[in-house]
Design a protein around this ligand. Structure first.
Ligand SMILES: C[S@@+](CC[C@H](N)C(=O)[O-])C[C@H]1O[C@@H](n2cnc3c(N)ncnc32)[C@H](O)[C@@H]1O
Length: 289
């Protein structure tokens, strides 16, 4: 299926990319101007036209103009809390198996980078319920969602951003997936995961290995199975004539992703630890990443 190009409209975000690859995210306003080191570009040159055009600034420099991808927007949007990077959002969506129509319990919302990825993956028939402890982070999450969806309300209909402590709020249930990006997810394994349906997946995103160890131990103790920990390293390359090599810089470390599945035997004390271990081939990549 192909789509007709939609003309750019006032109020939309556009990414301007200069000759050196620097990126600027602007909101189109009739009569407004974008000022840069290589001159001025009038927003009116973009409004009503197609994305993908090359603009010449008053000082002679050139800009490519595109609608931002979700990854572009996440890297440019305002942050209250540290965001999950696009490379990790991609992994979380696939390994936590976020599917169209899924109901997902998330915490904490932070700047809503991960929420945006989850909302797109579950689609209009799905639902994200996302808790955030801090009022200021919640407010930034609402703004970021609203901006991406260019709407004056709190964002898309499939996202329910709530202020609250995910460990203390009564949880909706049953949910298909739980996605946690907060410092002490092991505290959620008991109370919050009661909301997870059998067969559901809990996913936790953590920056340090001591946190990973504590979370994995809590998951195993509670009877979760197929506990898996991974990280994703993305290295971009420079391909210019004879210069074919990895870029000098990369984001070396962001976080670890843990996934685990809830069996029907969850918290069933009759199931021995040994039986659980037998169900849990989490020895690190031996089951085909
Ligand atoms: C690293 S940030 C999350 C970033 C977010 N995933 C994103 O991509 O923008 C962690 C957030 O968890 C929140 N948080 C910590 N403990 C929490 C709890 N018990 N319940 C809800 N939110 C919590 C913090 O206030 C913080 O905003």
């Amino acid at each position: 299926m192909t789509h007709e190009a939609q003309p750019l409209e006032e109020g939309e975000r556009v990414l301007l990319i200069d000759g050196r690859g620097r990126r600027y995210l602007i909101e189109l306003k009739a009569g407004a101007e974008f000022h840069s080191h290589v001159g001025i570009v009038g927003h009116d040159e973009l409004i009503g036209g197609d994305e993908g055009v090359t603009l010449r600034a008053s000082g002679g420099g050139r800009f490519l103009a595109f609608r931002p991808t979700l990854a572009d927007y996440i890297l440019k949007m305002k942050r209250g809390a540290q965001v999950v990077y696009p490379k990790d959002i991609g992994l979380i969506l696939v390994y936590a198996d976020i599917f169209p129509g899924a109901t997902v319990l998330e915490a904490g919302s932070g700047s809503a980078a991960l929420t945006l990825g989850l909302a797109r993956a579950v689609g209009e028939s799905g639902r994200i319920i996302s808790y955030e402890l801090r009022e200021d982070h919640h407010a930034q999450a609402v703004r970021n969602l609203r901006t991406w969806y260019s709407s004056s309300d709190a964002g898309p209909q499939n996202v329910d951003l709530r202020v609250g402590d995910v460990f203390e709020e009564s949880q909706p249930g049953p949910v298909d997936r739980i996605v946690l990006d907060l410092p002490e997810p092991w505290r959620a394994v008991g109370p919050a995961t009661d909301a997870l349906r059998s067969g559901g997946i809990l996913c936790s995103y953590l920056p340090t290995i001591p946190q990973v160890q504590q979370t994995v131990a809590a998951l195993r103790k509670s009877g979760f199975v197929l506990v898996q920990t991974l990280e994703g390293l993305v290295r971009t390359w420079n391909i210019e004539g004879a210069s074919v090599r990895p870029d000098h810089r990369m984001v070396a470390h962001t976080g670890f992703i843990i996934t685990a599945r809830k069996p029907t035997t969850y918290r069933d004390t009759k199931v021995s630890e040994a039986a659980r271990v037998g169900l849990s081939p989490d020895r690190g990549g031996d089951d085909g990443l």
